[in-house]
Design a protein around this ligand. Structure first.
Ligand SMILES: Cc1cc2nc3c(=O)[nH]c(=O)nc-3n(C[C@H](O)[C@H](O)[C@H](O)COP(=O)(O)OP(=O)(O)OC[C@H]3O[C@@H](n4cnc5c(N)ncnc54)[C@H](O)[C@@H]3O)c2cc1C
Length: 523
């Protein structure tokens, strides 16, 4: 996939659908629409998954906590989607065991019953049955668990993934089927014809070239920015999105050295907290902090970091402190504002909502990564009606995503991050073998190879150092300091491939370093 090639396809293109926003929601819609046979264009203002979709807890889950709220239909839908995603992208999504440690006698039956219900709801798409653990088994599963007053635990299964990699995989899948997707191309206005939305005004963020692009229907999938795009259409329309920030901390693997996650069922503020092994690190989160405005780089608050450390410490014998934090990142949840009228317009589920404006702008808000496919199906169904397109069936339930390959396939390595390339792995290996320098580690404490930087530039539409270090590789999340140290080398590799000079390298390193400082914990 090359951006230059995509830009070339813009001139003279005519589109059935234009999707604004390249996060989980927009990319899922592009896959759905293009594979139904609609000519689809997706425009992203920054990089794919720059927003919320690279800042999640990285779980493909039914949501045990929704069971506590009695929201069975939502859990059922998410469990079904979990099963489909495990089948359609097994190279990126895998089983993860969770243990809920027990310190009070009544917690046994309480969690046991809830988790059995979770098993039943998963039905044929269940990963593995939940079960009770005694004290010894709990300690084996969570070697760093707080053992004082520990009785045992309850174990259940969900799935885990790499959010930014899945986002790019969706972009690749849509492109494989003929969709056009462009990053660094903000939509700055809407085109109207006889009062109806008929396209978008967009600007190439790299060259400044302005485009008028026409479509039968335009979909607003901009997450926390949805109201800003709605205002292109309806002026001072009532906001429908409300924002909640969630922060995660990344620590050394020694804080959770096994391949099992911990689910803390009740934090100080009554939420759940996860301690999760991820890419040979330990990921802990999250928080739920109302914030007033959307930002592509939300800032973690000191009190959110303290909250996570304090609540995790109650369950860990080796307790983390701020100095142990390798990286801290924040994301914004786009929630549908109660009473905005949006819920009454069309509540498809409690989690996501599709709203159609009088001029025909289709806006989708809410949901979660796990249900992106179903959200896309619902949105495209509505968009087809709005655009007067011929009806065609959704095919994504059965659609294998780009690179689909079982993690246990003998053609893949048995461990390590190169498995994320799935069926592209052989080609990546060949590319790495062509030059021994490509097999050099980018940084001693990061798992990535220099050749992966070049691969990201040549095949994954990476344009900036941040694209490579934050999303094509997850260096920034695995260690902000290490990522800063790796920046000059990665930028030089990119420049050599892209034909940029030293001034570009210096500017990229400067910009990335300023950004990465915000991922360093407060000392
Ligand atoms: C802390 C946290 C943890 C979470 N954990 C999980 C989890 O473990 N599992 C799960 O299933 N879900 C999880 N979620 C939910 C999930 O991450 C979100 O539902 C999902 O990522 C939202 O995707 P989106 O595409 O709607 O939004 P985004 O990813 O924000 O995408 C919107 C995109 O639109 C672009 N855009 C905005 N304006 C314009 C414009 N004018 N022109 C062009 N592009 C524009 C933005 O740059 C952005 O990339 C979590 C969310 C948070 C915040």
């Amino acid at each position: 996939m090359k951006r230059e090639h995509m830009i070339g396809l813009l001139a003279g293109g005519s589109w059935d659908l234009i999707v604004i926003g390249g996060g989980a929601t927009g990319l899922g819609i592009a896959v759905d629409a293009q594979t139904r046979g609609y000519r689809t264009l997706l425009l992203e203002q920054h990089d794919f998954a720059k927003g919320t979709s690279s800042r999640s807890t990285k779980l493909v889950h039914g949501g045990v906590r929704y069971l506590k709220q009695g929201n069975v239909s939502l859990v059922l839908e998410a469990l079904r989607e979990r099963g489909l995603l495990c089948r359609n992208a097994p190279h990126l999504v895998h089983d993860l065991a969770f243990v809920v440690p027990r310190y009070k006698w009544w917690e046994g039956p309480f969690y046991g019953v809830g988790l059995k219900l979770y098993d039943v709801l998963a039905g044929k798409l269940s990963i593995a049955k939940s079960r009770r653990l005694n004290r010894k088994q709990t300690i084996e599963r969570i070697p760093n668990v707080e053992t004082r007053n520990l009785i045992g635990g309850a174990m259940y299964h969900d799935a885990q993934f790499d959010d930014a990699r899945l986002a790019f995989t969706l972009a690749h899948t849509a492109a494989d089927h003929g969709a056009v997707l462009v990053n660094y191309m903000p939509v700055v206005g809407l085109l109207k014809s006889s009062g109806a939305v008929s396209g978008v005004q967009a600007v190439d963020g790299e060259t400044g070239t302005a485009y008028d692009l026409h479509a039968k229907v335009v979909i607003n999938a901009t997450g926390v920015f949805a109201d800003a795009v709605r205002r292109f259409d309806e002026g001072d329309v009532e906001p429908m999105v409300t924002l909640s920030q969630g922060v995660h901390l990344v620590l050394d693997r020694s804080f959770q050295p096994s391949d099992t996650a911990i689910m803390v069922p009740q934090t100080d503020d009554g939420r759940v907290l996860f301690v999760i092994p991820w890419h040979e690190r330990c990921l802990i989160g999250t928080t739920d902090t109302p914030v007033p405005r959307a930002d592509l780089e939300p800032r973690p608050l000191d009190e959110e970091i303290e909250f996570i450390l304090r609540n995790a410490a109650r369950y860990l014998s080796h307790r983390p402190s701020a100095k142990d934090v390798l990286s801290v990142f924040a994301g914004l949840r786009p929630l549908v504002q109660p009473g905005s009228g949006a819920l009454a317009t069309k509540a498809i589920s409690r989690e996501h909502v599709v709203v159609i404006s009088p001029a025909g702008l289709v806006t989708i808000v809410g949901g979660k990564w796990t249900t992106y496919r179903k959200m896309a199906e619902d949105t495209v169904n509505d968009a087809v009606a709005v655009g007067g397109l011929p009806e065609k069936p959704c095919v994504t339930e059965q659609l294998r995503l780009h690179g689909c390959m079982a993690r246990t396939d003998p053609a893949l390595p048995t461990a390590g991050h190169l498995r994320m390339y799935g069926s592209d792995f052989a080609e990546v290996e060949h590319f790495l073998d062509e030059d021994p320098a490509r097999r050099a580690l980018l940084h001693p404490s990061l798992p990535y190879l220099c050749g992966q930087v070049q691969w990201a530039v040549r095949h994954e539409m990476a344009r900036t150092l941040e694209d490579v270090l934050a999303r094509r590789t997850r260096s920034l999340l695995l260690g902000a300091r290490a990522a800063i140290e790796a920046a000059p080398r990665a930028a030089a590799l990119m420049a050599a491939d892209m034909g940029h000079d030293q001034a570009w390298v210096d500017a990229q390193v400067r910009e990335f370093t300023a950004l990465a400082q915000r991922y360093l914990p407060p000392l």
